[in-house]
Design a protein around this ligand. Structure first.
Ligand SMILES: [Zn+2]
Ligand SMILES: [Zn+2]
Length: 142
């Protein structure tokens, strides 16, 4: 498993496929427990991410975008319904649902945000930075 090899991922039906140019350009995983992520994912979002320059769509046939927060677009498959992306155009980066990656070797959970809003039906497992609101210190690799 090389650091410089491409990483791929996508939804269940294959209508959305993407690639990150090099494995080492993936950000460590951040979990978000906010209400929107809970609804978007059905539980909570655990996302890696990368800068635009390393990201490419290999198939976007069924990719749909929706915006429920300013300056962020949520990407999902309009066919099979998988939650996939959070696009931050102003920051030129995209968050990628970690579970949509074909292989997740080498990735680790680095932080959890909006812990205050976590659903009552599960216990937060303390791992990485724990933030009550949205801030975290882990940036996408340049
Ligand atoms: Zn799909
Ligand atoms: Zn969230």
């Amino acid at each position: 498993m090389s650091h410089s090899e491409p990483v791929t991922g996508g939804c269940i039906c294959g209508g959305v496929r993407y690639q990150v140019a090099e494995r080492c350009k993936l950000r460590p995983v951040i979990a978000c427990h906010c209400e929107q992520c809970r609804r978007f994912s059905g539980h909570f979002i655990a996302a890696s991410g990368t800068q635009y320059q390393y990201f490419s769509l290999l198939n976007e046939a069924s990719l749909r975008w929706y915006s429920y927060l300013p300056d962020i677009k949520q990407g999902f498959c309009g066919e099979c319904g998988c939650s996939l992306f959070f696009d931050y155009p102003k920051e030129q980066r995209i968050s990628i649902a970690a579970g949509s990656l074909d292989e997740t070797q080498g990735l680790a959970l680095a932080g959890q945000i909006y812990c205050e809003e976590a659903g009552d039906y599960y216990h937060l497992h303390a791992e990485g930075e724990m933030a009550e609101a949205g801030g975290f210190s882990v940036a996408c690799p340049t």
